[in-house]
Structures are given as C-alpha cells and as structure tokens.
Design a protein around this ligand. Sequence first.
Ligand SMILES: Nc1ncnc2c1ncn2[C@@H]1O[C@H](COP(=O)(O)OP(=O)(O)OP(=O)(O)O)[C@@H](O)[C@H]1O
Ligand SMILES: [Mg+2]
Length: 282
Amino acid sequence: MSTISNNGSNKIQHLPLIRLEGLCKSFPGSYNNKGERFEAVRDVSLQVREGEILGLIGKSGAGKSTLLRLINLLERPDAGRVFVAGRELTQLGKAELRAARQNIGMIFQQFNLLQNASVAENVAFPLRLHGKSSRAEIAARVDECLALVGLQDKAGSYPAQLSGGQKQRVAIARALAPRPAALLCDEPTSALDAETTRELLATLADINQRLGVTVVIVTHELSVVHALCRQVAVIGEGRLLEQFAVADAAARGESSLARELAQLQQQQQQRQQSTERERAYG
Ligand SMILES: Nc1ncnc2c1ncn2[C@@H]1O[C@H](COP(=O)(O)OP(=O)(O)OP(=O)(O)O)[C@@H](O)[C@H]1O
Ligand SMILES: [Mg+2]
C-alpha cells in the first residue's frame, strides 16, 4: 500500500469542506484611482460542501480569480478567515501551510506545466516536492493519475508535443497526485475548443464522482456551469451577489447572470425534448 496519505478519505462529514468568512482583499491602486487601494474581494463569506462542484461566475474583473486564490492562500486576505477540511489556513505558519496545501490542487487556463520536464516528471513534481514518498511509490502514483485522465501512453512526452486538451489533463493529473480533497480550477477550458471542453468537463465530473474531490471552478462560460456544476456563486464587483443550486436557477437566481443561466437551461431542455420527439415520431 502507498504511504502517500489519502487526505481525500479523511472526511469531516458535518462540516463544509471549504468555509470562507468575511474575506477582503485589496491591491495597490493604479494611476486612475490616485493611490487608493482597489478592493478586489469585499467581505465574501461562502461555504462549499464536501463533494460539491461549485461554479464561480461573474464579469471580467469581478474578483473571481482573486477569490479562488484566497482559498489556498496564494493570495493572503487583508481580513477574514479561510477554513479547508476543518483547519483554519489563515492561522497556519509557512511549513504547516505548505503541508495543508497538499490537500488543495489547482489548475489554470494556461496549464502552467514545466516545459522542460516530461509528462511523468510534471505529475511527479508535487510528490517530489513534498519528499515523503519513495521513487517506487511516486512512479505508481504517477501511473495511476495518468490513467485517471487517460494519458498513460504520454508519460514520456513533453508538454510541447501535446494538444491543449492533453496539457490540461496533465495539469489535472499533477493536481490530483497528492490526493487532494479539493480541486480549484481557474478558467480551465478557456483555451480549448468546444469539443475538447466537453471532454475535459466530463473528466472533471468523473473525478468528482469517482474520487469525491470537491471542485471549485471559475468560468465566464455559462455552458460550463450548466454542464458541470451543481452549485453556482455569482460574483460582482468583489462581492458575493448570490449562491444557489444550478437546478434552481430559474426559481432562485436574481442576478442577470442567473437569469441568463436559467434561459440557457430552458433552451437545452427544449432542444432535448424536440430531439426526443423526433426520435419517437421521426
Ligand atoms: N496582483 C494584483 N495587483 C493589482 N490588482 C489586481 C491584482 N490581481 C487582481 N487585481 C485586480 O482585481 C480585480 C479582480 O481581478 P480578478 O483577476 O480576480 O478578476 P476576474 O473576475 O478573475 O476577471 P477575469 O474574468 O478577467 O479573469 C481586477 O480589477 C484586477 O485588475
Ligand atoms: Mg480571472
């Protein structure tokens, strides 16, 4: 058996996996607001249940990426608290935080792979960094993770030899290697075509279902929310405008984005019904 700890199985049933309390984040202002700090995230409190798939949507500049990066403290909040799997990350020292981050994988729009390392070396990277596993354990885990994303045959390839979709799969395998409980995704399909996007979303759904990994995904594409997410949080000007179950968009959603989402769902439903009618009578 592997000695790489399975953080994902260390479940705290009664608590949300991710809990954000009163998060604020500002950045030094630019020339047009005369040195005042710009408030990118304003007093956001939000919970994500274990096993959930939450979409963060909002206009460009709304603060979605900043909020996502606050979850693993890639950005330090000016105020507020971050809890993941029952631990308050905002209380941890450097070494403890590094260990706690093993529980939170992340993928990005531009994949962020190591260009001079093979696919297998990329996936092994977080395990080597942590330094707790033997070579054999790392090799076995790399193999497992590449199998999860259907890329075992590319272990020896280099990122430059892969398509965009394949690169994002390597990034997913790398993020999953330390067995995280949560996967943070920042616009993971924005650089991909429609067909590849569908395949990648199916992979994320599969990983959520099979491994129980909680997914938080930033996207500006409502079709991504419709295809993948069960919950959605709408962000506007740094604030959480609303959060609701995707299935309830028509009944619950109040923001313009929520109404657009409800419309999209209705269209998809009508399309599906007419396809079914054609099948039945055509
Ligand atoms: N490191 C930084 N320094 C200064 N300002 C920043 C920094 N990071 C983000 N901002 C500002 O904070 C605001 C929110 O940025 P953020 O990247 O979170 O938005 P977003 O919702 O992800 O947008 P997009 O959909 O375009 O990616 C923007 O106005 C941005 O310019
Ligand atoms: Mg962004």
